[in-house]
Design a binder for this molecule. Structure first.
Ligand SMILES: C[S@@+](CC[C@H](N)C(=O)[O-])C[C@H]1O[C@@H](n2cnc3c(N)ncnc32)[C@H](O)[C@@H]1O
Length: 187
C-alpha cells in the first residue's frame, strides 16, 4: 500500500458522514475527492492551494460530489481566517500532502514556516478525536529542510495528554516520503 493510501485509510477510520474536513494542499484533488466521498451530502469540505491549476483540477474532480465545497485559492497558513468560526474545534480531519504539484512548476513548493503556521492552526481547528495526516518529502529539493522542521515541531507539540503522534518512516530510505498522523485526544 502506498503511503498516500495509508493516510486515507487512517482518516477513513474516523470520518463519518456529515463531518467537516480540510484538504490543506489540494493539488490535483485526489485527496479532496477521497474526503468528499467519506463525508457525503451533508458534509463540508474546505480546500486550499496557491495555484489556479490545482483549483481547476480539484473543481473538475469534485464536480459530481454532493457535499458543501469551499475551495480557496489561498495558502493554508490562512486557513483559520477563511474557515468560519462555527467550525473551529469541529473539523474532523485535515490532510497535508506537502511538496509540489505533480507535473507542474516544481519551484512552487510548500515551505516550513508557512506549513508550521498552518499546522498550528490545524491543531486548534481539529475536533476532539479529530485526526490530521501530514506527508513530507525529504527527497524533494527544499523538502529535506521542511521535513526536518515539520517532524521536529510535531514531535515537540503533539504529545499526550492533548495529542497522539504516529509516523511511518521507511528504514534505510533517507529520501523516501514520511507520513505522520496526529490525533487530538479528548481531555
Ligand atoms: C503534493 S501536492 C498535493 C497533492 C494533493 N493532495 C492530491 O491529492 O493531488 C502539494 C500542493 O501544495 C500546494 N501548495 C504549496 N504551497 C501551499 C500553501 N502555502 N498552501 C496551500 N497549498 C500549497 C502546491 O501548489 C501543490 O499543489
Amino acid at each position: 500500500m502506498r503511503l498516500t493510501e495509508v493516510a486515507q485509510h487512517w482518516l477513513a477510520e474516523i470520518i463519518e458522514q456529515g463531518d467537516a474536513v480540510v484538504d490543506a494542499t489540494l493539488g490535483n484533488g485526489a485527496d479532496a475527492l477521497f474526503l468528499a466521498q467519506q463525508i457525503g451530502k451533508d458534509g463540508v469540505l474546505f480546500g486550499f492551494d496557491v495555484q489556479q491549476q490545482a483549483m481547476d483540477s480539484s473543481q473538475a474532480l469534485l464536480a459530481g460530489e454532493p457535499c458543501q465545497q469551499h475551495l480557496l485559492l489561498a495558502g493554508h497558513e490562512t486557513m483559520k481566517a477563511h474557515i468560519p468560526r462555527q467550525f473551529h474545534g469541529n473539523i474532523k480531519a485535515i490532510m497535508f500532502n506537502l511538496g509540489w504539484l505533480p507535473n507542474s512548476d516544481k519551484s512552487i513548493i510548500t515551505h516550513a514556516d508557512t506549513t508550521i503556521t498552518a499546522l498550528e492552526q490545524s491543531l486548534e481547528l481539529l475536533a476532539p478525536d479529530g485526526r490530521m495526516t501530514v506527508m513530507v518529502y525529504p527527497g524533494h529539493q527544499g523538502g529535506d529542510s521542511e521535513a526536518k522542521h515539520v517532524i521536529k515541531w510535531l514531535s515537540v507539540i503533539c504529545q499526550p495528554p492533548l495529542f497522539n503522534l504516529n509516523k511511518i518512516v521507511l528504514p534505510n530510505h533517507p529520501t523516501a516520503p514520511i507520513l505522520l498522523q496526529v490525533t487530538k485526544l479528548k481531555v
